[in-house]
Design a protein around this ligand. Structure first.
Ligand code: ADP
Length: 399
């Protein structure tokens, strides 16, 4: 086990900056997910930690050791990759013990480690199986066991579940969490799948364009996204993000306005371009607004497409022209809003209705910089400070 620090790590390839001034401070025993869209620099960050790539600038420390210039084998890390490269002509025991045998470990020590690792990944009784006789999930467990026997200070996993089918992936997520608990070791895990990151990690490092956007526990990223990128990336379906402008007493969009006193919005003033963010589960038909104590003003909408998911219904809404703020222009009514409602609610396409937002869950972002201004506008209104009562329906966006 060891803590791991990246200080000002930058990696440039000719005209591409794959990693841009990355600072990470990962605690001993933490499970951290590096998450972001394809090409954002996750794997390159991981490769600099593993020692497969040398950073152009910056320092990497594992425990007390500056490993920036050390070869991979001297860093105390073990990697598990997306492509499970098992030796096809070796059985499970030989595959798992290969690295130790190569380094001339004592046979008794090898046996001890293989037994422990197969116990952890639950492959007991399969040591003489050949890779071709195993399922994808079992092969992935062999690859993980091969990393475990090295007894690394830090596990590095680069999309290890990406090649598995959806059901197995969900199962392996639970297995990895159990593994983490059992080994009590630092794990850094790369994924482009925000759901994977949300469910497994102690903290998520959200990366875009080679830059760290936010590093926080999953629910903090979900409930208090640092900027527009994190707001749009974390959560599925995504947060509704609607462009607007601040006036003295509201955030106005083409289609609605949210009352507030601009004096109460930190780092903002009237005339600023803002983006109003609200998650689908924080939009309510007015007839269920009893569920929330801090509704926004009603907004007229018409239901468009319905997507019944079983546990909820996603309802695409279009704004009615009769409504809204002072910015109405040519684009009025063109924006869509996504709402999720209980599955037993009766709802039809082309139904005219009114919806409200839970003001405690309305986010404002500075449209120019993308930075979050405020999460929850319930205590920003001019008419005094309303109490901050949490949503009784979803418990605050838990997934
Ligand atoms: P991710 O893992 O998030 O998909 P990568 O770290 O693989 O992203 O890549 C980040 C950026 O760096 C991409 O634009 C990619 O094309 C570029 N890149 C990665 N490796 C190399 C390389 N060896 N040479 C040139 N460009 C590279």
């Amino acid at each position: 086990m060891a803590n791991l620090t990246l200080e000002h790590v930058t990696k440039r390839y000719e005209d591409v900056t794959a990693v841009d001034d990355m600072n990470l401070d990962i605690d001993d025993g933490e499970f951290i997910c590096l998450v972001g869209p394809s090409g954002c620099g996750k794997s390159t960050t991981m490769e600099t930690i593993a020692g497969l790539t040398k950073p152009t600038e910056g320092t990497i420390t594992i425990g007390d050791l500056d490993v920036t210039n050390l070869p991979p084998k001297d860093r105390g890390v073990a990697m598990v990759f997306q492509n499970i490269a098992l030796f096809p002509h070796m059985d499970v025991y030989e595959n798992i013990s290969f690295g130790l045998r190569l380094r001339d470990y004592d046979p008794d020590e090898i046996d001890r480690r293989v037994e422990h690792a197969t116990d952890v990944v639950q492959l007991e009784g399969m040591l003489d199986r050949m890779p071709e006789e195993m399922s994808g999930g079992q092969r992935q467990r062999v690859a993980i066991a091969r990393a475990i026997v090295r007894e690394p200070d830090v596990f590095l996993m680069d999309e290890p579940l990406a090649n598995l089918d959806a059901k197995l992936r969900v199962h392996m997520r639970t297995e990895l969490q159990r593994l983490h608990k059992e080994l009590d070791t630092t794990i850094i895990y790369v994924t482009h799948d925000q759901a994977e990151a949300m469910t497994m990690s102690d903290r998520i490092a959200v990366i875009d364009g080679g830059e760290l956007q936010q590093i926080d526990p999953p629910l903090v990223c979900y409930n208090e996204p640092a900027n527009l990128f994190v707001a749009g990336f974390i959560g599925s379906p995504s947060m509704n993000l609607l462009p607007g402008k601040l006036t003295a007493n509201a955030a106005e969009t083409d289609d609605f306005s949210i009352d507030l006193d601009v004096e109460n919005v930190p780092d903002a003033s009237a005339g600023d371009d803002v983006t109003v963010g609200v998650r689908p589960e924080d939009v309510y038909p007015t007839d269920t607004q009893g569920a929330i104590s801090t509704p926004s003003k009603p907004i007229h909408v018409t239901t468009d497409v319905l997507e019944p998911m079983g546990d909820q219904i996603f309802v695409y809404l279009t704004f009615d022209e009769t409504d809204g703020g002072t910015m109405k222009g040519d684009a009025a009514g063109s924006d869509q809003l996504l709402m999720s409602v209980d599955p037993d609610r009766e709802i039809e396409e082309d139904e005219s209705m009114e919806v409200v937002f839970d003001r405690t869950k309305v986010h404002l972002f500075d449209s120019a910089s993308g930075d979050a201004l405020v999460h929850g506008v319930d205590d920003l209104s001019a008419s005094g400070f309303e109490s901050r009562v949490s949503d009784t329906r979803s418990g605050g966006g838990d997934e």
